[in-house]
Design a protein around this ligand. Sequence first.
Ligand code: UDP
Ligand code: GLC
Ligand code: MN
Length: 322
Amino acid sequence: MADQAFVTLATTDSYARGAMVLGKALRNNNTSKKLVALIGPHVSEPCQSVLKRIYDEVKLVDVLDSGDTAHLAMMKRPDLGVTITKLHCWTLTHYSKCVFMDADTLVLSNVDELFEREELSAAPDPGWPDCFNSGVFVFRPSVETYGKLLQFCTEHGSFDGGDQGVLNGFFNDWATADISKHLPFIYNLSSIAIYTYLPAFKQYGGNAKVVHFLGKTKPWSYTFDPKAKRLLGGEQEFTSHPTFLLDWWTLYASAVVPMLREQYGDQPFHSGCVEGEGSFSQEVKPQPSSKERKEQWEQGQADYMGMDSFDNIKRRLDTFLK
Ligand code: UDP
Ligand code: GLC
Ligand code: MN
């Protein structure tokens, strides 16, 4: 269907890798829909090139930011203000209907049947099931709706600082009006649910069609040994079900890393894969210059998992205090 598309968003190279895996998984499961990636200007050239090989359309958008530190702090996710950028998906008016999917989701089978649903269809949020989770939703692009959403943001803000708060405020009858707009949980199985309701996961988890690596720790927060098919967690806890994480890494290592290698050419890059042959030690993560880092901070693009992690900031503050 040329006028229907799956849409995702990536404003950083890390999320772009998530988008690459998601796009590959959609293709491997023979979707008949178009694939669109919205990207921010900080996604590097090589990553943009890989996205262009996987997606039908890669669209550069302005990074919007709620700047709502108070609400974001409540969620312990200072990085999620930029998720408001997701609202740009309503401007894709050359499609009549779309399914938005977070870059940290992975499809496990063909989910084209989602296009039979209407705006705004989504699955319940595991933390507050009267809200929908905005990691997977069906929508109809419309300049009018986009305008109204922005106006809603300006007038009411977002109760969680990110897009999910805005969207639940705007589509505020989702919980009660029309049960057909409630997607089954198997279309947005948050990895968190595995721990909060293990017996249900054991009973129904095998039917999962989309897994969502919701939360601070993402698949790309780990490293992976492809030969041993083993995840190396470092200091981070394993917050997702290891099987889904392995699915993500197996697809990333086999289908995405070769494309990244081609696009990076002689430039060093860190695939996240630790390989016996010592290729890991050859891969060095490029350090941004302090000017680039400053610019990224100003754009709200701190490297929270790396150089700008809480531990590093605390260490720096401790040296001043001493
Ligand atoms: N996102 C992004 N850059 C960011 C943070 C988020 O592009 O710095 C996009 C990406 O598509 C991501 C979505 O916004 O999947 C929502 O953020 P995230 O998945 O981290 O939120 P969670 O599902 O963990 O609450
Ligand atoms: C959520 C959703 C995510 C959204 C974020 C911020 O937990 O999973 O898609 O961007 O909240 O509102
Ligand atoms: Mn997500």
